[in-house]
Design a protein around this ligand. Structure first.
Ligand code: HAM
Length: 413
């Protein structure tokens, strides 16, 4: 038998119920904020990702699934969604009619990382990107949308960590100071960080190696070196989050693993997840659209990790998406009648399934239970003759008869 690829998983019932609910909730909540759906191909030219995410990021350096197509072009499976959304925004000249676009997307992303709990090689994101809006109000509102999404899923324990990465110019100056500071301990840094010193020094602040952690403990941090405009922007985001009653913690060490960010950077984290504790992350990327060939257009966005959120919702699997009825129809005549009756109930807005197998009652009830059905509707030859159906309340384990003519959504209330 051919097996699945390491780090990639099948998403099957009953867990998939949670996925469905997440998708739906994201769709609903984002629409409440005026977002539309966008979808782009899973495969893009490799240069799209290397130019936007950054040549010296872990993602581009070692995590992409890159291959040559039949005409020798380098293509990659998308490791994230933002780059493609920006490409679509620029390539389709969305800005021409209105620079403001608010898009959500969802789907699989691919990163060749070392698999562990909450870290997969194929994982799924729910993402949101806003183009054309510069103000800090948008950053706060976007965070509020993420927060509302978690609330709707009953996940109150998700924490918000906030930072500002300043503007490109401020970063350049800060970076010099940081490198000077770290140069003193160059030899004690891990191999990766020694390399990062010239390619991506801010990532050193994020390194998990104890010695690197020790060295960077007192390093200068970007948030303490913001220029006046970036500072005002950051303070406005903070003030708005307070007005929205969204708790947050300033975490000056959030650097994010992608190079395109400036100013606001944030992460949603959960203490229940262990090492891979980020359930989402995002921030502002005001120069990316221009870098990718479009007009100068500010942007801000985030992406949430579906697998990690699903872990947080594991205990909700049983409650998900039950059916209103499960038709236990025995015998040919009963089955045929049940198909018609079930359709009538669905037209009235109920959800239900008819059992077409000829298995023993025990198995049928077991499936009704797995489907989380409120009622089992039992119909056999005897019931047909009497013109009734037995209605069994699956939770209360009580049973009553209803006349077939009267079987309707309201009689099942
Ligand atoms: P990111 O922080 O790389 O940001 O990913 C966002 C989320 O995807 C993470 O917080 C995590 O929940 C999930 N995730 C990432 N890698 C894995 C993995 N290997 N296995 C499971 N889950 C994972 C971005 O991708 C940016 N595009 C977010 C963004 C949108 N920024 C602006 N707009």
């Amino acid at each position: 038998m051919t097996k699945r690829i390491k780090g990639m998983y099948d998403i099957l019932p009953p867990e998939s119920r949670i996925w469905r609910r997440m998708e739906r909730t994201f769709e609903d909540v984002s629409r409440e904020f005026g977002f539309e759906r966008a979808a782009t191909p899973l495969i893009e030219r490799t240069e799209l990702f290397s130019r936007s995410i950054g040549e010296s990021t872990d993602i581009v350096e070692k995590e992409m699934y890159t291959f040559k197509d039949r005409r020798d072009r380098s293509l990659s499976l998308r490791p994230e969604g933002t780059a493609s959304m920006v490409r679509a925004y620029v390539e389709n000249k969305i800005y021409a009619a209105d620079p403001v676009a608010k898009w959500i997307y969802s789907g699989p992303m691919y990163r060749y990382e070392r698999p562990q709990k909450g870290r997969n090689r194929q994982f799924h994101q729910l993402g949101a990107e806003v183009f054309g809006i510069e103000g800090a109000e948008q950053d706060a509102e976007l965070i509020a949308m993420g927060r509302l999404f978690f609330e709707r899923l009953g996940l109150d324990g998700v924490e918000l960590k906030l930072n500002s990465l300043g503007d490109m110019e401020e970063r350049r100056t800060y970076r010099e100071g940081l490198v000077t500071y770290l140069e003193g301990s160059r030899d004690a840094l891990c191999d990766d960080c020694r390399r990062r010193l010239s390619t991506n020094p801010m990532r050193i602040l994020d390194c998990k190696v104890p010695e690197c952690k020790r060295i960077s403990k007192d390093a200068p941090l970007m948030l303490d070196h913001l220029g006046p405009q970036s500072r005002t922007h950051f303070e406005t985001v903070c003030r708005l989050l307070e007005a929205l009653e969204i708790p947050y913690e300033i975490d000056k060490r959030i650097v994010r693993g992608l190079d395109y960010y400036n100013r606001t950077a944030f992460e949603f984290k959960s203490a229940e997840l262990g090492a891979q504790d980020a359930v989402g992350g995002g921030g502002r990327y005001d120069s990316l659209v221009k870098t990718m060939g479009g007009p100068s257009t500010p942007a801000v966005g985030f992406a949430l990790g579906v697998e990690r959120i699903a872990i947080l919702m594991e205990n909700q699997v049983g409650e998900e998406n039950g059916l209103d009825f499960y038709f236990v129809a025995m015998g040919r005549n009963a089955k045929e009648r049940a198909v018609v009756l079930a359709q009538r109930l669905r037209r009235e807005g109920l959800r239900g399934e008819v059992d077409f197998t000829d298995r023993r009652l025990k198995h049928l009830f077991a499936r009704a239970e797995r489907q989380n059905a409120r009622y089992a509707l039992i119909l056999g030859d005897t019931e047909l003759e009497r013109g009734i159906v037995q209605v069994r309340d699956m939770k209360a384990k009580t049973q009553q008869e209803i006349a077939l003519d009267e079987l309707a959504a309201k009689t099942l209330e």
